[in-house]
Design a protein around this ligand. Sequence first.
Ligand SMILES: Nc1ncnc2c1ncn2[C@@H]1O[C@H](COP(=O)(O)OP(=O)(O)O)[C@@H](O)[C@H]1O
Ligand SMILES: [Mg+2]
Length: 294
Amino acid sequence: MPVILQVSNLVKRFGQLTAVNDISFEIYQGSCFGLLGPNGAGKTTTIEMMEGIKTPDAGTIRYQGEALGQQFRNEAGIMFQTTALQEFITVREIMVQFSRFYPNTSSIDELAERYALHEFLNQDTRKLSGGQKQRLLLAMALINKPKILFLDEPTTGLDPQSRRNLWKQVQLVKEQGATILLTTHYMEEAYELCDEIAIMDHGRIIAHDAPDALLAAHFDDVVVQIHAKDIPREIGEKEFQAIYRNDSAHILTGDVNKTIEHLLHFDIPLDRLRIRARDLEDLFLELTGKELRA
Ligand SMILES: Nc1ncnc2c1ncn2[C@@H]1O[C@H](COP(=O)(O)OP(=O)(O)O)[C@@H](O)[C@H]1O
Ligand SMILES: [Mg+2]
């Protein structure tokens, strides 16, 4: 697959703060690339430079080998944050307004049908629920049949069902051949949707690869999770080097059988025991010493 977008040594400063600090990566055509990181990591600043909205202080962005220009603007779809949605206007009106920016657009009725918005076409945008607003914003981003779609935290604030629903829509867009760049602080979202992930913290990329490759490169153990009440801290910490977080004690082990035998030896009840693979949240914690959603 050819590279569609190439980012080289990108820097953005706000006064003393370097919000994006010399990052480089390439996005392959037809793939979904995720920028994963906590609030303030520099994701929005990065995506806005890539969208051509913010001007970098240093570095370059190339779309199909060229600097960002008219062709890029015609072929890029941008899903803005909900706060940008105009009010006192109907869903159809906002879609018509938006489609006027582009030479080549999809039919509004078809988009409304596909994103289950047809019932609301004549309603004021204020009456939409969170999930409906996100679907409208996605439909608007797709109005110019984009080759590359930018999604900045597309599911933040949505309930789990609306979130899964939006994931499905994004997957459909990808199946139709579009390239996607998305930012998120939900590791499940990055894991579910992205072919490649760059983990950002303090304006830098601290790890970058396919999600499973990132996990395989960093971990060869699993997490045995026990209810904190079932394993006294002095035993957990001393005997198992357990890490206590919220209601659970987390034991990292490369040998589950041995760990369970050891737990039985201390008469630890195993009724509430869970075993899970290491995930991107663990990776972020390992790389930075802090939690993704802190
Ligand atoms: N217009 C701005 N002026 C000053 N500081 C900003 C501006 N935009 C973002 N920042 C700062 O830059 C850093 C990165 O912000 P942002 O890119 O929005 O992060 P993220 O999207 O990962 O939460 C944060 O510390 C934020 O406060
Ligand atoms: Mg942001």
